[in-house]
Design a binder for this molecule. Structure first.
Ligand code: AKG
Length: 387
């Protein structure tokens, strides 16, 4: 059974069984692409050209084992603590133990809630209408909570382990290979898909600014690192249409119509193990289905852009607010990269740190300490950039 678009009143079990054949075929295609392996750098610290070539061809690359045992454990523990301290409902100021919830000290609320197994975006005008088609919303189990947390905003101020991961030398070398050595940040969020609860993120392409630029190219809207704290499976993971990052704006409505359902032909799931990090082009057609599977996914995202695609650019944020990314904003926001590198160096002094070119000579200003936690890290995400 193919799950039809906007299938009404499917149970979670019916949803899962209706997707099973598509999931199996997609996973086989994903594993045959040849775009996964450990981070490989040459003698001068540059990303191996074969990795870059595979990324450019398919629009994503799976860096296997990029996060080691203790680091992975620290990230999981920080996520669990952050979730334990969340408000119990979107309006509440108290956590599940009746204590003041985390996040009220930050200008931007860190928690985003959704109804279990819902599709909050598909077919709506939200996010500048970039999710044109609604996907199936299975009915959650009778004992499901009213709300599930689907997203955390501002990882670098919420969790020190995320700040240290942000300074990962191999990942930053990959970033440099794709975007140049003066790359700049986008944002940092965590996608959470609890089993039987996680909502979908309907098919979309992320970028909304440079599609018609005369110098548009496959890297015009940057990429996200997606660090997987648990295995990413066809049921809980992000799906992408390989190579679609090279096509310009894609007519997603047409793709769905031609495929006969939301099961877009040729798409593959970003399957991988815990501790793997996927570099995913933001121009890929991608999305994730309601998590009717028994498996949790927690993905720590950190996005990056080429500086020239951001500096001096006027655009609209997803909220519709107009913004210009002037030099002060770009430079101040980019200090988080140097801080992440320093935070990592303090915990792993034996590891060779990545050298971020725009931060050279600024090291003393960008030391990670309790002082910089207050005056640089706190509310850093008010300067998030978006194109
Ligand atoms: O992690 C997910 O489920 C969706 C991710 C996504 O759509 C994005 O990062 O743009």
């Amino acid at each position: 059974m193919n799950v039809p678009v906007s299938a009404a009143s499917l149970t979670a079990e019916e949803h899962a069984s209706g997707m099973a054949a598509y999931f199996g075929a997609g996973e086989r295609r994903a594993l045959a692409l040849g775009n996964r392996g450990p981070i490989r750098l040459d003698g001068s610290g540059k990303l191996h050209p074969e990795i870059l070539a595979a990324y450019r061809e398919h629009g994503f690359y799976v860096f296997q084992g990029a996060i080691g045992g203790q680091e992975l454990a620290d990230l999981r523990a920080d996520i669990d603590l952050t979730l334990a301290r969340a408000p119990v409902t979107p309006e509440s100021t108290l956590d599940r133990d009746g204590n003041p919830a985390l996040g009220q000290e930050f200008a931007r609320p860190p928690y985003r809630f959704a109804r279990p197994l819902s599709d909050p975006l598909g077919g709506t005008s939200r996010n500048k209408g970039r999710h044109p088609v609604k996907v199936a919303e299975p009915t959650p189990a009778d004992d499901a909570p009213e709300w599930t947390i689907e997203l955390l905003h501002g990882n670098l101020q919420l969790m020190d382990s995320c700040l240290r991961l942000y300074g990962h030398p191999g990942l930053l070398a990959a970033c440099e290979a794709v975007l140049g050595d003066d790359f700049v940040p986008y944002n940092e969020v965590v996608f959470i898909k609890e089993p039987g609860l996680g909502p979908s993120v309907a098919w979309h392409q992320d970028g909304t600014t440079h599609w018609d630029a005369p110098d548009w190219d496959m890297d015009a809207h940057g990429f996200n690192f997606m660090a997987q704290l648990y295995p990413s499976t066809p049921g809980n993971g992000v799906w992408v249409l390989p190579g679609s990052h090279r096509l310009g704006r894609v007519d997603i409505r047409r793709l769905v119509a031609e495929s006969g359902s939301e099961q877009i032909d040729g798409a593959v799931p970003l399957v991988c193990d815990s501790g793997d990090v996927i570099m995913t082009n933001r121009q890929l057609v991608h999305g994730s289905f309601a998590n009717s599977s028994p498996d949790r996914r927690v993905t720590v995202n950190a996005g990056f852009f080429a500086r020239r695609r951001v500096l001096g650019v006027t655009t609209e944020l997803l909220s519709g607010e107009a913004v210009t990314f002037d030099e002060e904003r770009v430079n101040e926001r980019s200090r988080m990269i140097s801080l992440g590198i320093d935070a990592r160096r303090q915990l792993f002094p034996e590891e060779k740190s990545y050298v971020y070119r725009p931060g050279i000579g600024q090291e003393d200003r960008n030391r990670w300490s309790e002082e910089t936690r207050q005056n640089i890290v706190k509310d850093y995400n008010l300067r998030d950039m978006y194109i």
